[in-house]
Design a protein around this ligand. Structure first.
Ligand SMILES: Cc1ncc(COP(=O)(O)O)c(C=O)c1O
Length: 460
């Protein structure tokens, strides 16, 4: 049923009513808006966004780890408009067009080692889905057809399509959709906050080898890992972790997929997260900030070795997505990468991440602050009941702390960040990569009083 006419632009209360009636927001408890307003964001500029009431917010999550170049860059829109005037859309199924070609060559030139072949998608889940299919098809073509399983880490998020979901290690997101695509297995992640002090630092890496051997190396196609794991709260790898994983993968002819949907495009201060940690994947998945999310685009980047069996004679990768490599998205990605190069955004993150980290570390005197971890412009604060014992919160306590107080209060005070309990409760920050000292101070000016008040509430 149409509830608005095409000639009327709804505003204010109309937008609220229409949002509540028609818009199915993702991962959203709609009931939570029965009483209050849906937050409607109407404008963005640099590190800030504004809501429909004119309130300004510091976008401390880059609109879901996406808008790395900051909001409101009209030159990205200009690039889109020029592309529409030249060629609106054409497919990359059997054809090519200049922007997809140029972008694939540019990504290949930036990607480390022999990651030279780019297969575009519309987003991150499709990139992961494509990587899993590619790993299976690669082993089929190279004489190992039983290699179909893929190993990922507990609490890791790799997307929501059924294949990517089988890699996602968050049981609450999986259980209603079972049976999932068979073959997804999880191993422990690198969150060492509560590890026994005498644990071998490469224990988590070795868990991957144990799982490969347990499942049998003849059946394992790939290991899929983020450089720095998002879900669970910005979990960094141990020193040497990825070098050990690389050795394990090589030993068992298992492909290493680096899921860089968040960690690429400057988030960790480098074009790609694997550069920061010094490892060479066989396949990399990207999305989000490839275009700074001004338009949707994702992709996988395969090594020459992985791509080669698909490039000869009558062979092909029997997989495709209509919108993949869309000329408008590719033009925006090119303009986005121009911004990154012109403004040395990766260098800015490397120069400034220490300042962000010092500010977050300075909050450790607040009793509820347990761990502070992360890298680049991507950090989390883990909240605990007791700093000494590292005792965490029960599910109910976490629910009342995060949803009953923190999320709403941080937003009310003008900071968009993520209060998340997919693992232990954390507050996550991933500000746009144009942020500087002024924004770090603003973040502190919100976090300090809100976390202090949260500590008092927990004590009651
Ligand atoms: C590491 C990782 N992989 C895959 C995805 C899925 O991407 P999308 O939401 O674009 O499908 C995400 C989304 O946040 C992600 O963080």
């Amino acid at each position: 049923m149409a509830t608005t006419s095409a000639t009327v632009t709804p505003t204010g209360a109309d937008l609220q009513g229409l949002a509540k009636r028609h818009l199915w927001m993702h991962f959203t408890r709609h009931g939570a808006y029965d009483e209050g307003d849906v937050p409607i964001i109407v404008r963005g500029e640099g590190p800030y966004v504004w809501d429909e009431h004119g309130n300004r917010y510091l976008d401390g999550l880059s609109a879901l780890f996406c808008v790395n170049a900051g909001h409101g860059r009209t030159e990205l829109g200009d690039a889109a408009a020029r592309q529409v005037a030249e060629l609106d859309f054409f497919t990359v199924w059997s054809y090519a067009h200049p922007r997809a070609i140029e972008l694939s060559a540019r990504i290949a030139s930036l990607a480390p080692g022999d990651l030279n072949r780019v297969f575009f998608t519309s987003g991150g889940s499709e990139a992961v889905e494509s990587a899993i299919k590619l790993a299976r098809a690669y082993h089929q073509r190279t004489g190992n057809p039983r290699k179909t399983k893929f190993i990922s880490r507990e609490v890791a998020y790799h997307g929501t399509t059924l294949g990517a979901l089988a890699a996602t290690g968050i049981s609450a997101l999986r259980h209603e959709f079972e049976p999932l695509v068979p073959g997804g297995y999880q191993v422990p992640n690198t969150d060492s906050y509560r590890w026994p002090p005498d644990r071998d630092p490469l224990w988590a890496a070795d868990q991957i080898e144990e799982k490969i051997i347990y499942e049998h190396p003849d059946t394992v196609a790939a290991v899929i890992l983020e450089p720095l794991q998002n879900a669970g709260g910005c979990i960094p790898p141990q020193e040497g972790y990825f070098q050990r994983v690389r050795e394990i993968c090589d030993r068992h002819n298992v492909l290493l997929i680096s899921d860089e949907v968040i960690c690429a495009w400057g988030r960790l201060g480098y074009w790609f997260g694997c550069e920061r940690y010094g490892y060479q994947p066989d396949i990399m998945t990207v999305a989000k900030a490839l275009t700074s999310a001004y338009v949707p685009m994702g992709g996988l980047i395969a090594s020459d070795r992985v791509a080669e069996p698909f490039m000869q004679g009558n062979e092909s990768f029997a997989h495709g997505l209509t919108f993949a490599g869309h000329p408008v998205a590719a033009a925006v990605a090119m303009a986005n990468l121009d911004v990154f190069e012109r403004e040395d955004i990766c260098g800015h993150v490397r120069r400034k991440e220490g300042e962000l980290r010092d500010m977050l570390d300075s909050l450790r005197d607040i009793p509820i602050v347990g761990d502070v971890r992360g890298a680049g412009f991507f950090h989390a604060i883990e909240l605990v009941k007791d700093q000494g014992t590292k005792e965490g919160f029960t599910d109910e306590e976490s629910e009342s702390l995060l949803r009953g107080y923190l999320s709403g209060e941080l937003f009310r005070r003008g900071l968009i960040c993520r209060a998340d309990d997919r693992g232990d409760p954390v507050v996550q920050l991933a500000p746009t990569l144009v942020c500087d000292t002024e924004q770090f101070e603003e973040i502190e000016n919100v976090l300090r009083p809100v976390l202090t008040e949260a500590s008092k509430r927990v004590k009651k």
